[in-house]
Design a protein around this ligand. Structure first.
Ligand code: AMP
Length: 190
């Protein structure tokens, strides 16, 4: 079983590219953001907790997303691997992931990081807001909080995966097709 991490700032195109990657490599896509939005829509206790945090642009507690990931690993079968999108987002989450995988004698296969400059993050998210209507895409203030959260809490993971020899960065600027081709040429190595 392969475990790929799709990494990058908000608006880098992770969701879009994930749809191509899961199809080509027979992977199960786990987007913690999408799972949380499902909980919100269903009005669960977890959804109620997540809603206020997500709408402020803050992260939900590590244990919440770690639990979601572990339960997906246990329940989904019939695929060649998993594509983690939006997880891990903090160092404790990355360490928890390593521990979860170690329980079954596995490890992260590779990290594919889609990089775009900060100026492009705002532009891309505003474009997505018109199509998807996500509450956390709605205002510049919330988007700025998410960018700051990314730099403060998520970016340190780059160093973590470089040290582990599992970091692969690709240029996320250009067309969807161009970015897809760059990703595939990295993924083909694993
Ligand atoms: P996303 O769809 O990946 O942009 O996630 C939307 C929001 O869900 C984020 O801004 C966070 O509030 C929350 N979220 C998603 N994944 C995580 C995670 N791994 N850790 C903490 N919060 C998360």
């Amino acid at each position: 079983m392969k475990y790929y991490i799709l990494f990058g700032p908000p608006g880098a195109g992770k969701g879009t590219q994930a749809t191509y990657m899961v199809e080509k490599y027979n992977l199960h896509h786990i987007s913690t953001g999408a799972l949380l939005r499902k909980e919100i829509a269903a009005g669960t206790e977890l959804g109620i907790l997540a809603k206020s945090l997500i709408e402020k642009g803050c992260l939900v507690p590590d244990e919440v997303v770690e639990g979601m990931i572990e339960s997906e690993f246990k329940t989904v079968t019939g695929v060649k691997g998993f594509l983690l999108d939006g997880f891990p987002r903090t160092l404790p989450q990355a360490e928890a992931l390593d521990k979860i995988l170690a329980k079954t004698g596995t490890e992260v296969t590779a990290t594919v990081s889609i990089m775009i400059p900060d100026e492009m993050i705002m532009e891309r998210i505003k474009g997505r807001a018109l199509k998807e209507g996500r509450a956390d895409d709605a205002s510049e203030e919330i988007i700025n909080t998410r960018i700051t959260t990314y730099h403060d809490q998520t970016e340190p993971l780059i160093e973590y995966y470089i040290k582990a020899g599992k970091y692969n960065e690709i240029d996320g600027t250009g067309t969807i097709e161009e970015v897809k081709d760059r990703i595939f040429s990295v993924m083909d190595k694993f």
